[in-house]
Design a binder for this molecule. Sequence first.
Ligand SMILES: Nc1ncnc2c1ncn2[C@@H]1O[C@H](COP(=O)(O)OP(=O)(O)OP(=O)(O)O)[C@@H](O)[C@H]1O
Ligand SMILES: O=c1ccn([C@@H]2O[C@H](COP(=O)(O)O)[C@@H](O)[C@H]2O)c(=O)[nH]1
Length: 232
Amino acid sequence: MLIKLSGEALAGSFQFGLDPTTLSYIAKEIAAVQKAGVEVGVVVGGGNFVRGETFSSEGAIERTVADQMGMLGTLMNALALQSAVETQGVQTRVQSAVNVAQVAEMFIRRRAMRHMEKGRVVVFAAGTGNPYFTTDTAAVLRALEIDADLLIKATKVDGVYDKDPKKHADAVKYDSVAYSTAIEQRLGVMDQTAFTMCREHRLPLIVLDFNKPGSLLRAVLGEDEGTLVGGE
Ligand SMILES: Nc1ncnc2c1ncn2[C@@H]1O[C@H](COP(=O)(O)OP(=O)(O)OP(=O)(O)O)[C@@H](O)[C@H]1O
Ligand SMILES: O=c1ccn([C@@H]2O[C@H](COP(=O)(O)O)[C@@H](O)[C@H]2O)c(=O)[nH]1
């Protein structure tokens, strides 16, 4: 399985950066899934450091540069996550989509799959390696490349709503929703490119709240958790 972990959520109670308590907690949750015998890959976001679109909006920093900074933010998250998961007794490798040879391996698909076969968690950093993309799209891409059976978006909301629950108190949660609905209604929980790729390749997606203890494992075991996005 492939877990997309929101960067912003890793900031925990802080506005920016990493919250060590949140990091240890999520590392335990990921380690529990691996210890249950599941091959696990993780794509980390970088919203707790830099979002290229926002960062470049004032015009001082070019969009491409801001996006490169965003990708480097995901690398910081990946290194922190690697350390925290290894503290839980599970070997972990970081593979980056940009060359940072002194700190992480490059992304090599077959190598990533071999790591996972050996029981190592693989954390994919730097998104797709290209500006103008997001880590949501990178997560779908990596999930397809490693033949994942399931993509889980682990975030701060407990599922997909008919509108943004952070902005609308009357938002209603879906237990399950079709990709076409998510795309047509432009549901903002994941970017549209990512939804479109999931639909095209029939990749099942579960959106869940990672702050709920045991939620990742329950989703993997097929129990009712978050919102399942699938179908047409
Ligand atoms: N229809 C919707 N249902 C659920 N959540 C929604 C919806 N529309 C917008 N959202 C928002 O989507 C966000 C989930 O994405 P998240 O914050 O994890 O961002 P991300 O881009 O995946 O990660 P990062 O923080 O790394 O940039 C939630 O904060 C939620 O408020
Ligand atoms: O393929 C990618 C992935 C990400 N970026 C940049 O990184 C930031 C952080 O990623 P989030 O998905 O928002 O967590 C993103 O805003 C982009 O600026 C990228 O350029 N290419």
